[in-house]
Design a protein around this ligand. Structure first.
Ligand code: ATP
Ligand code: MG
Length: 388
């Protein structure tokens, strides 16, 4: 007998011919996430199984597996040679103290096993009732389900715990995008959400050193590290926005300052996408959250790019975004009180309904192309990995 982890995957089933590719990618991602652990990962009969690991490390391994997109659950299980006696004795050794009601579910792929699934479930139900006298059967809403899977390979798997995983699609199955990563609450969540749908990410952060502090930049590195738990290694482009902001401040209508800033951020982002083979820009904007996130503002910023801009938290309330930030553990870092470049020279009354024409008029007072070029020429690249 040995302990194993059964892994359950989700939407992969929907992918028809691509299913095999998805599964290969998923397995690669699982092994990446478990890099450094001695173990075996294999696919048998539509299931992924992790085995041959140090049992003392099981909790750690589970914690890592729970962060792999494409998996919906992990079940710590016992694996043993199939026989009625061994199933009975393993079931008697289960820890069921904290439950009052149960049911047994059997999947019998091995048709040579002498009982049908129904018969075995009923039989084992009887064994449990005899052994654990405080338990009773509840077929509709049991506290615990005792699962028995009898495989054709002569092995039986027994489990009663189903731990949720991150869901979504395997990282890399949807291509690559560029996350505009600030030090706030929303953009790390936006990156997480797009990765959950299979998008690998690089990130760009704009800083206004010396107006913004070194700590503000380090906070962003920390956030990138926190989301890389889920999103994998991240190439982070760190771009100075200082000169751009000074010039906007000097030459443009204060009302339009944020609009112009955001249009230049988008142009730089688009250039980085084209130079690095990335297919979309991702932001943490949420409709109506601030003046620069009205429909009109977003249209005016979209007007300077011709690649898709994904805004996964667009329709989320702040509370909902915060809930996710807490779940993925970026929240505590996000609320550290370091200033963002957007708050430097902040105008009192930013325009709520900007127009493309006014924005373009304001940009006539800047050499936008040169500013974009210069910012990219001076970028600093940092590779972020949650393991380091
Ligand atoms: P966040 O909580 O993500 O900072 P926010 O609510 O503070 O968002 P804004 O500051 O208006 O909103 O920024 C909107 C989006 O623009 C951010 O979610 C992020 O994607 C991008 N952004 C803002 N500032 C920066 C920055 N300094 N570097 C990179 N991207 C940024
Ligand atoms: Mg912000």
């Amino acid at each position: 007998m040995k302990k194993v982890l059964l892994l359950k995957f989700g939407e992969l089933f929907l992918k028809g011919k691509n299913r095999h590719e998805f599964l290969k990618l998923l397995m690669k991602n699982i092994l990446n996430k478990l890099n450094g652990y001695q173990l075996k990962l294999e696919e048998t009969q539509g299931r992924l199984i992790i085995s041959d690991y140090d049992e003392l490390l099981e909790d750690e391994i589970i914690e890592n597996v729970q962060k792999v997109f494409g998996l919906i659950a992990v079940m710590p299980a016992l694996e043993f040679e199939t026989s009625l006696e061994s199933i009975e004795s393993r079931v008697k050794a289960l820890e069921l103290d904290s439950f009052k009601t149960f049911k047994v579910e059997t999947k019998r792929a091995d048709k040579k096993f002498p009982m049908s699934s129904m018969e075995l479930s009923a039989h084992i139900g009887g064994v449990i009732l005899d052994e654990f006298d405080w338990l009773s059967v509840d077929l509709y809403n049991p506290d615990v389900v005792v699962n028995i899977e009898i495989r054709v390979n002569g092995k039986t798997y027994l489990y009663n715990k189903l731990l949720p995983c991150a869901g979504g699609l395997p990282l890399g199955s949807a291509g690559k995008g560029l996350l505009l990563l600030s030090g706030g609450i929303d953009s790390p969540v936006a990156g997480y959400m797009m990765s959950k749908r299979g998008l690998e990410i690089e990130a760009v952060h704009f800083h206004s050193y010396p107006y913004t502090s070194v700590q503000a930049k380090e906070k962003v590195f920390q956030l990138a590290k926190e989301i890389s738990e889920y999103c994998g290694k991240i190439k982070l482009h760190v771009v100075s926005f200082t000169e751009i902001q000074e010039q906007i401040h000097r030459n443009c209508d204060p009302e339009y300052m944020i609009t112009i800033m955001r249009r230049i951020m988008m142009r730089i982002a688009q250039r980085l996408c084209k130079d690095n083979g990335l297919g979309a820009i991702i932001t943490g904007e949420s409709l109506g959250q601030v003046a620069s996130q009205t429909m009109q503002s977003m249209n005016v910023t979209n007007a300077v790019v011709d690649i898709p801009v994904f805004r996964p938290v667009l329709a989320f309330d702040k509370e909902e975004i915060m809930d996710i930030a807490k779940k993925i553990k970026t929240y505590e870092t996000s609320i550290l009180p370091y200033e963002d470049c957007c708050t430097v020279f902040l105008p009192k009354n930013p325009v709520i309904k900007p127009t493309v024409a006014r924005a373009e008029y304001n940009e006539k007072f800047l050499d936008v192309d040169a500013l974009v070029e210069q910012a990219i020429a001076n970028e600093e690249i940092v590779y972020i990995d949650c393991d380091r």
